[in-house]
Design a protein around this ligand. Structure first.
Ligand SMILES: NC(=O)c1ccc[n+]([C@@H]2O[C@H](COP(=O)([O-])OP(=O)(O)OC[C@H]3O[C@@H](n4cnc5c(N)ncnc54)[C@H](OP(=O)(O)O)[C@@H]3O)[C@@H](O)[C@H]2O)c1
Length: 259
């Protein structure tokens, strides 16, 4: 159900908007009346998305930037502000996933995952937060993952990055209480996007992108502090937090989501 009143004229900056979840969120929020600042590295793909949104009478600007570059992110946020006005919502979504195994530990690959998934989100927040605090208004949204709750097989870098991202935003949420800026952390399960395409391992409760996007937009609208979904997988993952390590390891070894 559309809630155009909520998004009407809100300026929403989304990182990783050229593909998958970011693109889906951009199209859905634009359809509900939000005005989009779209950030990613592939400018041509972003420009196509801007055209698509404008065809449907929406408003969007594309700014090519790498989330690893703090200055580029500040400039990108500046461009969004100068073209659309103050940024009301940041969705820190840009991220990569890699398959790794302890036996092949590659520090450079781990650093790359941390740089994009964690420091990239930090740079995105730094580019918008001072102005939000000054205006005493705004919403920071992080796209974390259910993979951030516990370590999973062949996913050390990814799980660590999502755990760090989620703790970072949780701390921000506490610091920003009473500031007028709210924080929403979203923990999705498996969603059909280019990130999961090509993986042969079984992905339980794999969701269609459209369905997942609608649920996330609704959680953002409601200003939820935390939204973990789908509920079946979220319940399993949260229950695993109280398992003794030996039980958890036995189960996790038999449930690798990466081949
Ligand atoms: N799909 C899932 O099942 C799932 C589940 C839980 C959480 N997530 C999280 O959701 C987010 C989006 O994932 P997705 O599935 O939509 O993946 P995706 O289709 O591969 O999209 C990733 C996006 O991140 C952007 N990006 C990557 N590196 C960047 C960089 N250095 N600077 C700027 N943008 C960068 C990419 O754009 P460019 O290449 O154009 O820069 C692309 O738009 C990720 O954080 C992922 O961890 C996904």
């Amino acid at each position: 159900m559309l809630n155009s009143k909520h998004w009407n004229n809100k300026v929403v900056m989304i990182t990783g908007a050229s593909s998958g979840i970011g693109k889906g969120l951009a199209l859905e929020i634009a359809a509900r009346g939000g005005r989009l600042g779209l950030i990613a590295r592939r400018e041509d793909v972003l420009n196509e998305l801007v055209s698509e949104i404008r065809t449907h009478n929406g408003t969007a600007v594309a700014v090519a930037a790498d989330v690893r570059d703090a200055n580029a992110m500040k400039q990108a946020a500046g461009r969004v502000r100068s073209e659309l006005g103050p940024i009301d919502v940041l969705i820190a979504n840009a991220g990569i996933g890699v398959t790794d195994h302890a036996a092949n530990l590659n520090p450079e690959q781990v650093a790359e995952v941390m740089n994009i998934n964690v420091l990239g989100a930090v740079n995105s927040v730094a580019a918008v937060l001072p102005e939000m605090v000054e205006r005493q208004s705004g919403q920071l949204v992080a796209i974390a993952s259910l993979a951030g709750y516990r370590g999973l097989a062949k996913s050390a870098a990814y799980c660590a990055s999502k755990a760090a991202l989620s703790s970072f935003f949780e701390s921000l949420r506490i610091d920003l209480r009473h500031s007028g800026v709210t924080v929403t952390v979203i923990y999705p399960g498996f969603i059909k996007t280019p990130l999961t395409a090509g993986r042969n391992a079984k992905m339980p409760y794999l969701m269609e992108l459209d369905d997942a996007v609608k649920r996330m937009v609704s959680a953002i609208e409601k200003g939820k502090k935390v939204y973990a979904f789908p509920w079946q997988l979220a319940t399993i993952v949260r229950s695993s937090l109280i398992m003794p390590p030996s039980v958890y390891d036995w189960i996790a070894e038999r449930n690798s989501f990466r081949e």
